[in-house]
Write a protein that binds this ligand. Structure first.
Ligand SMILES: NC(=O)C1=CN([C@@H]2O[C@H](COP(=O)(O)OP(=O)(O)OC[C@H]3O[C@@H](n4cnc5c(N)ncnc54)[C@H](OP(=O)(O)O)[C@@H]3O)[C@@H](O)[C@H]2O)C=CC1
Ligand SMILES: CC(C)=CCC[C@@H](C)[C@H]1CC=C2C3=C(CC[C@@]21C)[C@@]1(C)CC[C@H](O)C(C)(C)[C@@H]1CC3
Length: 595
C-alpha cells in the first residue's frame, strides 16, 4: 500500500468507533476509494477506520495496570457488540443478546486472556499509556491467535457497528443509504438472474399447486391451466386482504403484553418489541367467532382461495415496492448486512432495510408472526368447515383434525416462545424485501395450508394405529425441535445456567461458547431435524396417493438445507477455527449419520 501511513500487517492502535478508547488492531487492507482501512481487533471484530482514528503504537507506553476491563465490561459509549452486557436483567431472550460473554463466566482463564488482549487505552492518556500483555498470557494468546477469524465479516451485522467515527456517523445517518452504504458483492440465490427467476417462479408455483390441489386427480403431470388473471383479481377480496393486514396491525399496537428489547442496532440502540402475539391470536379467534355468529360464512375462504392468494401476492408486491423505496432513504446504520448490492432487482428481492418500522410497528417482525401465520390457521379452519359441508359430515375427518391440531400447536408454540424469535436469523440479519414479504404473506398461508385444502377434495381414512403412529411422530419431532431451541436460547441467555451445566461446550475467541453435547452434540442443527420430523407427520394424514401434501416437507428440506449452509458460513466467519473444531466433533449437520 504505497503512499499511505499504515501497511497491511501493521499492528497499530485503533479507536473503537463512537468512543475515545484505543485498542491494538492489525491492519488488513486499505480501500483508496473510500479512504478507509479495514482492521481487525483482537476479539476478532473487523471494522473500517479512518486514518485519523489510528495511531502508531510508539506513542503509547506500558500501563501500570496489568489488567483492565474489556470493552464488553466497560460502561463506555462503545458501539461494540460487547455492549450487549448492558441491562442484563431486562433481557430474557435468546443468544444474540447474551448478557455476559460465556467465556466471562465459564472460562475464567480465557476471559483473563481476552481482557488483557482487549485492554483499551483512553484517548486522554493515549499518548502516555500502552497496555502490555503479561508474559504468562503470551503463550495462551498464541493458542487463541489461531482462533482468530481473519476473514472479512461482511455479513456480520454486529461486526461493523460503526463504520466511521462519530462525525462521520452523523453524516451517514443523514445521508440516504444509497449514497453511503458499502456495496454487497457476495450475492445469494444465484444473484440477479437467480432472484429474478425466483420472483417469477415462486408465485406461479403457489397458484399452480393450489389449482392442482383442487383437482380430483391432483396430478402434477397434467396440471389444469391457470384461470385468467382478471377472474382472479377481485377488488372485494383484495379489500379483505388489506383489512386483515390492518386488523392484525391494530392488534399489534394494543398496549397489552410486556415490552422487551430486541436486536442491538449498529448505532448501539436497542429496538423494543411488544410481546402480544398470543393476545392477538385470541382476539382474532374471538372476532372471527363473533363474525360467524353474525352469519359470516368462513367457507368463503375455500371458495375464493385462489383470489385470496392473488390478492395477497398483489399486496406483497406493493409492500415490497414501498420497502424498497423507503430503504433508499434509510440511514446506513439501519441497513441489513447483505443488502445494497447496487442491483435494483436483487435489492428489491433481498430487502435493504433490517428493521423497517412505521409508527412503532416493526414490519418484518409483524409480518413474520402475524397476518400469515394466523391467516394459515384461519384457512385451515375454513377448510375443515368446507370438508364437513362437501361430505355432509357432522365433524371434520380425523385426518383434517390432525392436520388442524398439528398446525395450531406449531403456531401457538411459536407465540408462546415469541421472545426467542427476536434472535432468529431472519429478524437479526435479513433485510425485509420481497422474499420475506412474499414468504410471510403468500407462501406461508397458502402453501402451509395445502394439506387441509387437499383433504377437502381428497378424503383419507385413517385407522387408529395410524393416528397413534402419526401423533407419536409429531410429538417426537416437537420434543426435539423445542428442546433444541430452548436449550440454545437458555444457553445464550445464561451460559452458566445450572440446568445446562452437564453439557459440554467449546469456547470461541468471541467469548461465546458452542454447545457440543446433548442434542447439539447429535447434529449441528437438531432444531431443523425436529422441524422436519414434524413436517412429515403433518403430511402423513393425507395418505400416499399424491405427492402434493408432501410439498411442505420438500419445501422445508430445501429451505433448511440452504439455511444451514448460510448459517454454517456465518458461524465459520464468526468463530473461525472453533467452528471447525465443532464440526469435527459433531460431524453431521441435520440427520445423524446421513447428512
Ligand atoms: N417452518 C418454517 O418454514 C421454518 C422454520 N424454521 C425454524 O426456525 C428456527 C430457527 O432457525 P434459524 O434461525 O435458522 O437457526 P438457529 O435457531 O439454529 O440459529 C443458528 C444460530 O445458533 C447459534 N448456534 C449454532 N450452533 C450452536 C451451538 N452448537 N451452540 C450454541 N449456539 C449455536 C449460532 O448463532 P450464535 O452463536 O451467534 O448465537 C447460529 O448462527 C429453527 O427451529 C427452524 O427449524 C426456520 C425456517 C423456516
Ligand atoms: C420460498 C420463500 C419465499 C421462502 C421464504 C421463507 C419464509 C417463508 C420462512 C423463513 C423463515 C421462516 C420462519 C417461520 C415461518 C416461515 C418463514 C417466514 C416461523 C415463523 C414459523 C413458526 C416457527 O415456530 C418459527 C417461529 C420457528 C419460524 C421462524 C422462521
Amino acid at each position: 500500500m504505497p503512499g499511505i501511513r499504515f501497511q497491511s500487517g501493521d499492528m497499530v492502535m485503533g479507536r473503537w468507533p463512537g468512543s475515545s478508547l484505543f485498542y491494538e488492531v492489525k491492519v488488513l487492507s486499505y480501500d483508496a476509494k473510500i479512504q478507509l482501512y479495514t482492521v481487525i481487533y483482537k476479539d476478532g471484530t473487523e471494522l473500517e477506520l479512518r486514518e485519523a482514528d489510528m495511531k502508531k503504537p510508539t506513542g503509547f507506553k506500558p500501563s501500570r495496570r496489568s489488567r483492565s476491563r474489556s470493552p464488553s465490561r466497560r460502561r463506555s459509549r462503545s458501539r461494540s457488540p460487547a455492549r450487549t452486557t448492558r441491562r442484563s436483567s431486562s433481557r430474557t431472550t435468546s443468544g444474540t443478546f447474551a448478557t455476559e460473554t460465556p467465556a466471562a463466566r465459564k472460562e475464567p482463564k480465557m476471559k483473563e486472556v481476552l481482557e488483557i488482549r482487549l485492554s483499551p487505552v483512553p484517548d486522554h492518556v493515549s499518548n502516555h499509556v500502552y497496555l502490555q500483555k503479561p508474559a504468562e498470557a503470551e503463550q495462551e494468546n498464541k493458542v487463541l491467535e489461531s482462533r482468530y477469524n481473519l476473514r472479512r465479516r461482511k455479513d456480520d451485522g454486529d461486526a461493523k457497528p460503526a463504520e466511521q467515527t462519530e462525525d462521520k456517523e452523523k453524516e451517514a445517518e443523514q445521508k440516504p443509504a444509497a449514497a453511503t452504504a458499502s456495496i454487497t458483492t457476495d450475492l445469494e440465490f444465484g444473484g440477479r438472474l437467480g432472484v429474478s427467476c425466483m420472483m417469477l417462479f415462486l408465485p406461479v408455483a403457489v397458484l399452480g399447486l393450489m389449482v392442482v390441489c383442487s383437482q380430483e386427480d391432483a396430478s402434477l403431470m397434467s396440471p389444469p391451466p391457470l384461470p385468467a388473471l382478471d377472474s382472479l383479481l377481485d377488488p372485494h377480496v383484495f379489500g379483505m386482504v388489506v383489512l386483515w393486514f390492518l386488523f392484525q396491525a391494530l392488534l399489534y399496537v394494543l398496549p397489552v403484553g410486556k415490552v422487551v428489547e430486541g436486536i442491538p442496532l449498529k448505532n448501539g440502540e436497542w429496538l423494543k418489541y411488544r410481546m402480544n402475539t398470543l393476545h392477538a391470536f385470541v382476539l382474532t379467534v374471538a372476532a372471527l367467532g363473533a363474525a360467524v355468529h353474525q352469519g359470516v360464512d368462513l367457507r368463503y375462504i375455500h371458495s375464493h382461495f385462489l383470489q385470496l392468494a392473488v390478492s395477497s401476492l398483489l399486496f406483497s408486491v406493493l409492500l415490497s415496492v414501498y420497502l424498497y423505496v423507503r430503504s433508499r432513504w434509510a440511514p446506513q446504520d439501519q441497513l441489513a448486512p447483505g443488502g445494497n448490492s447496487g442491483s435494483v432487482i436483487y435489492d428489491f428481492f433481498m430487502g435493504n432495510e433490517l428493521n423497517p418500522r412505521i409508527k412503532g410497528i416493526d414490519l418484518k417482525y409483524f409480518c413474520e408472526l402475524r397476518p400469515g401465520l394466523i391467516g394459515w390457521l384461519v384457512i385451515n379452519a375454513a377448510m375443515a368447515l368446507a370438508e364437513m359441508k362437501l361430505h355432509s359430515l357432522d365433524y371434520p375427518s380425523p385426518a383434517m383434525i390432525l392436520v388442524n391440531c398439528f398446525h395450531l400447536f406449531y403456531v401457538l408454540d411459536a407465540y408462546w416462545h415469541e421472545e426467542a424469535v427476536l434472535g432468529y436469523m431472519d429478524v437479526t440479519h435479513a433485510g425485509f424485501g420481497f422474499m420475506l414479504v412474499f414468504g410471510d404473506l403468500m407462501w406461508v398461508p397458502f402453501t402451509f395450508s395445502l394439506q387441509s385444502y387437499y383433504l377437502v377434495h381428497h378424503p383419507n381414512h385413517l385407522s387408529l394405529p395410524w393416528i397413534v403412529g402419526i401423533v407419536t411422530l409429531n410429538v417426537i419431532g416437537f420434543c426435539i425441535f423445542r428442546k433444541a431451541n430452548s436449550q440454545k436460547n437458555a444457553f445464550r441467555r445464561n451460559p452458566s445456567d445450572p440446568t445446562l451445566s452437564h453439557l459440554k461446550t467449546i469456547p470461541t475467541a468471541t467469548g461465546k461458547s458452542l454447545l457440543v453435547s446433548g442434542l447439539w452434540g447429535l447434529v449441528r442443527h437438531p432444531n431443523y431435524l425436529g422441524d422436519l420430523i414434524m413436517a412429515l407427520a403433518w403430511s402423513l394424514p393425507c395418505g400416499f396417493t399424491h405427492i402434493l401434501p408432501y410439498f411442505y416437507v420438500i419445501y422445508l428440506t430445501t429451505l433448511l438445507v440452504h439455511r444451514e449452509a448460510r448459517d454454517e458460513a456465518q458461524c465459520r466467519r464468526k468463530y473461525g477455527s472453533a467452528w471447525d473444531d465443532y464440526c469435527r466433533e459433531v460431524r453431521y449437520r441435520i440427520i445423524p449419520r446421513v447428512y
